[in-house]
Design a binder for this molecule. Structure first.
Ligand SMILES: [Zn+2]
Length: 168
């Protein structure tokens, strides 16, 4: 689905993911949801059945994760609003990212199961990756720099401001 992007900062994430994160207390999504420290955990939005976090090891600027609030690893385990609300949230976040970053497109994807590439197989989450024409070409050089320069916290604050505006 995604073009291969050289992303050395993901090595840390892959290391973390290889230690088992099956159970909820060890799940960074559940931990973020249970904690009050939204900025520290990069939790952007909380809704009744879904929530949004910034990916700490992004493929691209603005890379978001949308997850159901329940710790479930397959779509078959979700019912009603648990299943439907995350998709509504994905659509809402895309509208926000359109205004903030004006990307040319998005990769929107769900990896179910470790064999499919899920780094956190116990807790489903949709990736939203903004894409720009040619970003695979300049990513190896600029991508890394951009992620470091526009820090996640800074982007987090911009996103929160934008969400506030959206709700007003
Ligand atoms: Zn979880």
């Amino acid at each position: 689905m995604l073009n291969r992007i050289w992303a050395p900062w993901r090595a840390h994430y892959i290391q973390l993911a290889s230690t088992s994160l099956e159970s909820a207390p060890e799940c960074f999504l559940c931990r973020g949801l249970a904690s009050q420290e939204d900025r520290e955990n990069l939790v952007v939005e909380r809704r009744l059945n879904s929530f949004v976090v910034l990916n700490r090891y992004p493929y691209n600027n603005g890379h978001l994760l949308v997850a159901p609030c329940v710790h479930r690893g397959t779509l078959g385990e979700l019912e009603g609003a648990e299943l439907l609300e995350p998709i509504e949230t994905v659509r809402r976040m895309i509208a926000i990212l359109d205004r903030m970053l004006r990307p040319g497109g998005y990769n929107i994807g769900l990896n179910q199961g470790r064999a499919a590439g899920a780094g956190l197989p116990g807790h489903l989450h949709w990736h939203i990756v903004p894409r720009w024409d040619g970003d695979t070409n300049f990513m190896p050089i600029l991508g890394h720099t951009k992620v470091i320069v526009e820090s996640l916290q800074e982007f987090y604050d911009r996103l929160l401001e934008e969400l506030g505006r959206d709700q007003a």
